[in-house]
Write a protein that binds this ligand. Structure first.
Ligand SMILES: [Zn+2]
Length: 501
């Protein structure tokens, strides 16, 4: 019934209805998307002229909305050091000892691809180990892998709850001192696909200790040859690697590697704004969304080569600008931060940089709300709450939804996107983070987008851009801010009235 009520109100919102005068409108959202997704912004790729225009625009809009700079020294920009690496020429030789002689092991052509942390990386006579899934602790791994080159299963892991990601397992090997980490890719087609992708330039955070001297991928078939020639049975490793007692399997072979890598370092920026609370209690809210997109991505010779990213994620940034304006006017008790992240498309990098170097202690964050790809559906629809079931905050989200007459999609389907959005960086470390949008509750429109315009030159502003749901989402984000930003509403103080009720 609430939903119906909402739909009726929304359908007459095209007329000037005074009660809606203070709410966020489709026209406001569209104005920002028009600019951010225009060709002049060149697809908002980090490290380009498009970045400068984008981060300038966001900071200017937040300033106009009444925010102050939220970065250190009241600045607006947090520097994020990035490094782009592309595999170049490589010479890799596996060797085994046969009596007194050293013999080459032929693993077949095109079965391994590497990239170095430096432009020229050289590893000589390195010992090899198979680290299985590398789920042991850093201390357990250290004596087994230090100074060696380790193979690591990318996936196909046993179905264990909270099984660490590849990223996390690789980090353990690097922390344990492995000189090289090489992912094992199963399946021939999968290998071809991964290998092709790995040869493209990849962007990562430029931070010490994040990368081994050499990283890369090997096909399952290539590794199987290497293992057999070293007297090991590949199937035995696959079987034992999932077990409790598997730490690392030494391989009776060594490797010489000479790897050239195209390395380009550059500085990108997160934009951070702040609404200073009227009665600050040390706790804060954080709103976030990624400003970056893919830049010039179309094939050479095409007339339109710009991936404008109107939906992904000019729409989310537009929501953040207008939500900030409303909340600045509302003068909440608590501090509210707004974060526009860079390099989400490269693996949530701007969000990771923020968490590594936060402007507020992370345990002071009551909640994080990420806005990404919000412009897909019409007004009055259900909302997806990605991040539900991950923290103790769920009943509070339910409460705001109920107050606002919004129905939450309880199908569980939107949960598959949990790890694919910036908020996950906070979820991983136990900070309650949500991505709340009607776009991800409309399965049909979402799938049509993912199969069509997603990461394509056609994600641009045209007649098909739908902003009803995005406008609902924006107004809902304002309600979330009013609820969590005020001491009277959260945490709700027990009163005598509550007890009597
Ligand atoms: Zn994207």
């Amino acid at each position: 019934m609430r939903l119906l009520f909402f739909a009726v109100i929304a359908s007459i919102a095209f007329f000037p209805v005074p009660a809606f005068a203070d709410g966020i409108t489709q026209e406001q959202l569209r104005a920002h998307i028009d600019i951010l997704a225009s060709d002049a912004f060149e697809g908002r790729k980090p490290g380009t002229a498009g970045e400068n225009k984008t981060v300038n625009y966001i900071a200017t809009q937040w300033l106009k909305a009444g925010l102050s700079g939220g970065a250190p020294d009241s600045g607006w920009y947090m520097k994020v050091g990035l490094v782009e690496r592309a595999p170049g020429a490589q010479d890799i030789t596996f060797l085994r000892q046969a009596g007194r002689r050293t013999r080459k092991i032929d693993i077949g052509d095109g079965q391994i691809v590497l990239r170095g942390s430096q432009a020229a990386s050289q590893i000589s006579s390195a010992e090899l180990v198979h680290a299985g899934y590398a789920t042991a602790s850093v201390d357990e791994l250290r004596p087994e892998v230090e100074g060696k080159v380790a193979f690591l299963f990318l996936s196909g892991q046993p179905l264990v709850p909270d099984f660490p990601s590849y990223r996390e397992r690789k980090a353990r090997l690097i922390a344990a001192g492995a000189n090289g980490v090489i992912a094992v890719i199963r399946g021939k087609n999968r290998w071809l696909r991964f290998e092709r992708r790995f040869r493209l330039p990849a962007t990562n955070l430029d931070r010490e200790g994040l990368h081994a001297q050499v990283e890369g991928m090997i096909s399952e078939a290539g590794l199987a040859r290497l293992l057999r020639k070293s007297g090991l049975k590949p199937a035995d490793i696959v079987e034992s690697a999932g077990g409790q007692n598997f730490v690392v399997q030494p391989i009776a072979a060594t490797v010489n590697m000479s790897v050239e890598t195209g390395v380009r370092t550059f500085i990108s920026h997160n934009v951070i704004g702040k609404i200073a609370g009227q009665r600050p209690d040390g706790q804060a809210l954080l709103y976030m969304g990624h400003w970056d997109h893919l830049g010039i991505c179309g094939d050479e010779g095409e007339s339109d080569r710009i991936c404008n990213g109107a939906v992904d994620n000019a729409s989310g940034i537009s929501l953040l600008i207008e939500t900030a304006r409303q909340l600045a006017d509302a003068r909440p008790d608590r501090d509210i931060y707004f974060l526009a992240t860079t390099a989400e498309e490269n693996g949530l990098l701007g969000a990771r940089a923020f968490v590594a170097d936060p402007v507020i202690a992370l345990d002071k964050l009551i909640a994080v709300f990420n806005a990404d790809t919000v412009a897909l559906t019409a007004e009055g629809r259900k909302i997806a709450v990605i991040g539900m079931g991950q923290s103790a905050l769920d009943p509070q989200i339910d409460l705001v939804a109920e107050q606002e007459g919004r129905e939450i999609d309880m199908s569980g389907k939107p949960d598959v996107y949990l790890a694919r959005q910036d908020g996950f960086v906070f979820t991983e470390i136990g900070v309650p983070a949500f991505m709340i949008t009607s776009a991800f509750a409309d399965e049909e429109r979402l799938n049509a987008f993912l199969d069509g315009r997603y990461h394509d030159v056609s994600d641009e502003v045209d007649g098909e851009l739908v902003l009803g749901g995005a406008t609902d989402d924006a107004n809902f984000h304002v309600s979330l801010g009013r609820h969590f930003g005020n001491i009277a509403t959260y945490p709700k103080k027990p009163t005598s009235g509550d007890v009597q009720n």
